[in-house]
Design a protein around this ligand. Structure first.
Ligand code: FES
Length: 132
């Protein structure tokens, strides 16, 4: 699948749109972990919820919990992911939490059936886990 580096033709450094892959395939899972070339601390979750993609840093702003494994709930029209470690919540769109924490979110766009995420590094998808 795509490297997340604009098909190898775009910049590999600096914030830019990173091609992730075809939306049709990416929408088959609720969350995918994308590895950052900057290291684990910059990995990103790509969520697909209610027909929309959202991207946010994969490690919880509290103590680094795996947000891709968190439950997602909707309340008052706001979609939130709940960190599986201490159950802090983060708005998928803004990254704001009911606590004072702020999770970093990244812009997502769809173009010609492909998903792009704006990020400072190359992003590569984890191998697809057929069981989930
Ligand atoms: Fe996520 Fe504590 S690590 S709530």
């Amino acid at each position: 699948m795509a490297s997340g580096c604009a098909d190898e033709t775009g910049p590999t450094e600096g914030t830019s749109w990173r091609l992730i892959g075809p939306a049709a395939g990416l929408s088959e899972k609720r969350c995918r972990l994308m590895r950052s070339s900057l290291g684990r601390g910059s990995d990103v979750c790509l969520f697909y919820v209610k027909g929309e993609f959202f991207a946010m840093d994969a490690r919880c702003a509290h103590s680094g919990g795996p947000l891709c494994e968190g439950d997602i709930e909707e309340a008052d029209g706001v979609l939130r992911v709940f960190c599986p470690w201490h159950y802090y919540d983060f708005d998928l769109r803004t990254g704001k939490s009911g606590t004072s924490l702020q999770q970093k979110v990244h812009e997502v766009k769809l173009e010609d059936g492909n998903v792009y995420v704006k990020h400072a590094s190359c992003l590569s998808l984890q191998p697809v886990d057929e069981k989930s």
